[in-house]
Design a protein around this ligand. Structure first.
Ligand code: F6P
Length: 548
């Protein structure tokens, strides 16, 4: 296996970057009236306009050469057929199987038909969701359920939470879904305060059923239930689990029929499509959950079959590589102009940074190039009054994805036209900027003196030539939300494949967990801490003193 820096296309891109250094995006438009049309492509209800990039036809052609040289075609085929792409854990990577179409009859992986298991679990979810909404499922005093609390963390939390929020207009009125993740007691106590144990069901989502935060919160929820009228015999009426560790869930008090399976071929951050998505299905109903899966499947099919030149995840992934590795971009911003999508950057941050925050090639050698960027962002227009200043005039190159629906679920007054106008104006301003002469003229027009013009004008210069993609959809629906998240999943995969890393393990988070247990033991005992560094010793002492 070779480092990507040894690829012919990588070397060609290194040379090409020098040619492009003096090229301005605006001039690319001026030289090619067809640019916007040529650099727009669509799939699964989304249109990607990638014309506002520092990229020429040659750039794109070299980037496509790069992904091909990295073996992307083969990697896609391996993922969809269930080969053990997650080599360090010897597992398949099959989140795409969770949303496979009904037309596909089976998918045998390691001797098991995974589609049969997926469909049986969907049926089990259907029954559960129906019983909750119909009122057939009753709490221990015979009342119908009004609230469901999802307890989980990481992939067992963010995806379901973000999608539930994104689908707010589709929420059912009869049941409110809440999310608890943090081990900080303020999270769960804030939620429990407003709930009634007679009418609340907890869904404990943990692939391993061994995650400290989730188990601590699950125990706190059970203590609250038992301390407020519930009994151990009734725990099974108020607690369900999504886990691959059935034994641990049964030991907790769940009835086996209320335990929804998880499989080792689904990574946590790719799991919202599985029973980990149960809170979504409860919030918006099973029909909408199926639409979400269908939207993701449409994007899967596009990714699997479309030519790379027209393939949204490939284009976005390759352009990301262009900025990270050839323009030294350290971060990538996601800015949805949609209130309901405001938390989406946090999910994609987890998806991408846990997947591609790696420094080791698949063969065990160290990488010699940068890998996953820092993903960040937030809703527009709010960010315009916060961090956009740095995007426009800061020293760093930050490629941006603008994401916007063409129509609103809440069309009041001129709000949506203003929202959309702001989205377009930001990408335009990033690209065109403002020259020193323009800044000077602007000041002269306001009557500034020549001295004032000279002093202030440089501060008003906006360099421009800053790249962005714009992703548009007609409306945020379960299907388009599903397709959007699948798009980012595959974009992550494209980049991980180019870099030759394993995007599907997460060994990096383990050390902190092990040390966390050691420190916890020291906080609650009189252990000799002199083996620790003096900073950690002093911080432990501060905690102990405050508890005394
Ligand atoms: O610590 C990281 C992680 O392993 C994630 O990958 C995972 O989604 C999360 O913890 C929660 O794990 P579990 O579902 O097993 O509780």
């Amino acid at each position: 296996m070779r480092s990507p820096t040894e690829f012919t296309a990588w070397k060609a891109l290194t040379e090409h970057q020098k040619e492009m250094a003096s090229v301005n995006i605006a001039s690319l438009f001026a030289n090619d009236p067809q640019r916007a049309i040529k650099y727009t492509t669509d799939a699964a209800g989304w249109t990607l306009d990638y014309a506002k990039n520092r990229a020429s036809d040659k750039t794109l052609s070299l980037l496509i050469d790069l992904v091909k040289e990295a073996g992307l075609e083969n990697a896609i085929q391996k993922m969809f057929s269930g080969e053990h792409l997650n080599s360090t854990e010897d597992r398949s990577v099959l989140h795409v199987a969770l949303r496979a179409s009904q037309a596909q009859k089976s998918l045998i992986v390691d001797g098991v038909d995974v589609l049969a298991e997926v469909r049986a679990t969907l049926k089990q979810m259907e029954t559960f969701v129906k019983q909750l909404h119909s009122g057939e499922w009753k709490g221990y005093t015979g009342k119908r359920i009004t609230d469901v609390v999802s307890i989980g963390i990481g992939g067992s939390y963010l995806g379901p939470k973000v999608v539930t929020e994104a689908l707010t207009p589709y929420k059912k009125d009869d049941i409110t879904v809440h999310f608890v993740a943090n081990i900080d007691g303020s999270d769960i106590s804030g939620k429990l305060k407003r709930l009634n144990p007679e009418t609340t069901v907890f869904v404990i989502s943990s692939k391993t059923f061994g995650t400290l935060e989730t188990l601590s919160n699950a125990n706190a929820a059970r203590d609250w239930f038992l301390g407020n009228g519930g009994s151990q015999d009734n725990v099974s009426k108020h607690f369900a689990a999504v886990s691959s560790n059935v034994k641990k869930a049964v030991d907790f008090g769940m009835a086996e029929e209320n335990i929804f399976p998880m499989w080792d071929w689904v990574g946590g951050r790719y799991s919202l499509w599985s029973a980990i998505g149960l809170p979504i299905a409860i919030a918006v109903g099973m029909d909408n959950f199926y639409e979400l899966l269908d939207g993701a499947h449409q994007m899967d099919e596009h990714f699997r079959t479309a030519p790379f030149e027209k393939n949204l995840p490939v284009i976005m992934g390759a352009l990301g590589v262009w900025y990270i590795n050839f323009h030294n971009a350290q971060t990538h911003a996601l800015i949805p102009y949609d209130h309901y999508l405001r938390a989406m950057p946090a999910h994609i941050q987890q998806l991408d940074m846990e997947s591609n925050g790696k420094s080791t090639l698949l063969n065990g050698d160290g990488v010699t190039n940068d890998t996953g960027p820092i993903i960040w962002g937030g809703a527009g227009t709010n960010g315009q009054h916060a961090y956009h200043q740095l995007l426009h005039q800061g020293t760093r190159l930050v490629p941006v994805d603008f994401i916007a629906p063409l129509t609103s679920h809440n069309p009041i007054g001129e709000h949506h036209a203003h929202l959309f106008a702001n989205c377009l104006s930001q990408s335009q301003a990033l690209m065109v900027g403002k020259s020193l002469e323009q800044a000077k003229q602007e000041l002269r027009d306001t009557g500034a003196t020549p001295e004032q013009v000279d002093v202030v004008a440089p501060h008003k210069v906006i360099p421009g030539n800053r790249p962005s993609n714009t992703l548009l959809t007609n409306k945020m629906t379960p299907a388009t939300v599903g397709a959007l998240i699948a798009l980012y999943e595959h974009r992550t995969f494209v980049q991980g494949t180019v870099w030759g890393i394993n995007s599907f393990d997460q060994w990096g988070v383990e050390l902190g967990k092990v040390l966390g247990t050691d420190i916890y033991n020291r906080l609650v005992s009189d252990s000799d801490n002199s083996v620790l560094d003096t900073s950690t010793q002093a911080l432990i002492d501060a905690f102990k003193k405050a508890q005394a």
